[in-house]
Unconditional design. Structure first.
Length: 147
């Protein structure tokens, strides 16, 4: 079974390799490409804080199902925040990334505002990986299988 490579050295290298500049008009987006042999389900987390909020507010969204050697544009609008948080699991629900930022997910398609008290709100707490997009217009994250 393939696993997503997310060790302390491999994830930064994959993230660095994932940054891509486009020739011609630039379309802002965040894509996740699955370079493993397994189907991967992906969720993202974003800072959606507005002036009306009293503190930082995160929102999680999912799921995108990404087949082997395929990509999914998980954010199609302009990246308004430097950091995007990513959670990936296999088709039986086993986590594939070992993230340390706890956010909420749900078994079905979801948009969840807030990261606190996942269980009491009927959701599941999951460890998201922080991706620093360096404030670029377009970012591609590659998920790779283990050798």
């Amino acid at each position: 079974m393939s696993r997503i490579v997310a060790g302390p050295m491999t994830l930064p290298l994959a993230l660095l390799a994932g940054w891509m500049a486009l020739a011609g008009p630039v379309r802002a987006e965040f894509a996740v490409c699955n370079q493993s042999l397994d189907v991967v389900n992906v969720a993202i987390g974003l800072d959606v804080t507005t002036a009306a909020d009293s503190g930082t507010v995160f929102e999680t969204r999912g799921w995108w199902t990404v087949g082997p050697n395929q990509c999914a544009n998980v954010i199609r609008e302009e990246l308004a925040t430097r950091y995007v948080y990513v959670y990936a699991q296999d088709v039986v629900g086993q986590p594939l990334l070992n993230g340390t930022t706890q956010m909420c997910v749900s078994p079905r398609r979801f948009t969840i505002r807030g990261t606190q008290e996942c269980w009491s709100r009927g959701n599941i707490a999951a460890g998201f990986v922080e991706v620093d997009t360096l404030k670029t217009q377009r970012w591609t994250l590659f998920l790779t299988g283990s050798p």
